[in-house]
Ligand binder design. Structure first.
Ligand SMILES: [Zn+2]
Length: 94
């Protein structure tokens, strides 16, 4: 089984940052759009694991990578908040 470690980080980062963006809808559609946006802009880091094994090792090689993930997720949240595909009213800048 092959997993992209960056994907796990992006999901965790979105969880962590969501509370800072009250205008973010946060429904399944919008969350998926943010994940797709961020993942398409980040290099993948694949690891192989046995089926059913939970990968708990989440160290990324570089802080740089971590920062890049934060930035990509925040950009994604802002973009999706401006034009949510789920039909929610776009967030107006305050
Ligand atoms: Zn939504």
């Amino acid at each position: 089984m092959i997993q992209n470690k960056v994907e796990q980080h992006v999901i965790q980062t979105l969880e962590k940052l969501r509370s800072h963006f009250p205008e973010f809808c946060g429904c399944e559609v919008c969350q998926a759009d943010v994940l797709v946006y961020a993942l398409n802009r980040l290099p993948a880091r694949y690891v192989a694991s046995k089926a059913g094994t939970v990968i708990t090792e989440l160290n990324l090689d570089k802080d740089q990578m971590r920062a890049a993930i934060d930035v990509a997720v925040m950009e994604g949240v802002r973009r999706v908040s401006r034009s949510p595909r789920c039909g929610r009213d776009p967030a107006m800048p305050k």
